[in-house]
Write a protein that binds this ligand. Sequence first.
Ligand code: NAI
Length: 233
Amino acid sequence: METKKVLITGGNRGIGKGIVEGFLENGNQVLATCRDITKFPIKSDHLTVAELDISDADSVENFKKIADEFGPEILVNNAGITKDNIFLRMSDDEWLDVIDTNLTGTFRVTKLVAKGMLKQKWGRIINISSVSGMMGNPGQANYSASKSGIDGLTRSLAKELGSRNITVNSIAPGFISTDMTENLANDDLLKKIPLGRMGVVDDVVSLVLFISSEDANYITGQTLVVDGGLFMK
Ligand code: NAI
C-alpha cells in the first residue's frame, strides 16, 4: 500500500483508535483529532494529534489551519455520539446534539478538506455511519436519522467529487464492542446476529483500510455494511 496522509476524527478510543493504529501500522502519516489532546493514548513519529470538537463551528474553524498544512488525502469521519431515548421522551437537545455532532460535524470536517482533495485530484472520504441508519432502532430516532443523513451525504458527494478521482463511501457497522456499546451485549441481541457475536474494532478497521487502498479505486457512493449479518436488505 502506498503511504498516504490520513485525517481521522475521534481517534482517541474505540473504532477511531483502531483506525489510527491500522493506518500507522501500514506506515501512513496520520493526523488524529480528539477533544482533549493531553489524554491521547497513542504516540508515534508518524502521528500528529489536534484538538477538535466537530459540533462546534469555532473549533472546526480553528482546526482549519492544521488541516490545510497537513493536506489529508484520506479523511475518515469517525467521531459520533448517541443520546438514546424513546421518541415521545426525546428532547430537542437530545435530537439536536446528535444531529449536530454526527451529521453536521461530518459535513463541517468534509468541507474543510474537500477543497484540497479537489486540487490533488485524488481523495478518499470514508464516513462511519451505522446499520441503525438503515434498519432503524427503537430509542435511536436521532441517531438513526443522523446516520441515514450521512449515507445520503455520502451519495451526493460521491456524485459531485467523482470526476476528480475522489471516492466517497460510508461504512455501516453493526454492534461493535466499544465504550458506546458496553451495556448492550445480551443473548437476545446475539441471537439476531447470524455470526453469533458482537463485532470487534478490527472488523471495521480492515474495511476502512481496504476502501482507502488502490484496490478499491472503482468503489464509490456505497454504504458498506459490517455487521455479522444483522441487517440484510
Ligand atoms: P466511542 O464513544 O468509543 O468513540 C466516539 C469517538 O468520537 C470518541 O473519540 C469521542 O471523543 C469522539 N467524539 C464524540 N463527540 C465528538 C465531538 N463533538 N467532536 C469530536 N469528537 C467527538 O464510540 P465508537 O463505538 O468507537 O464509535 C465510533 C463511530 O462508529 C461513531 O460514529 C459511531 O456512531 C459509529 N458506530 C459505532 C458502532 C458500535 O457498535 N460501536 C456501531 C455503528 C456505528
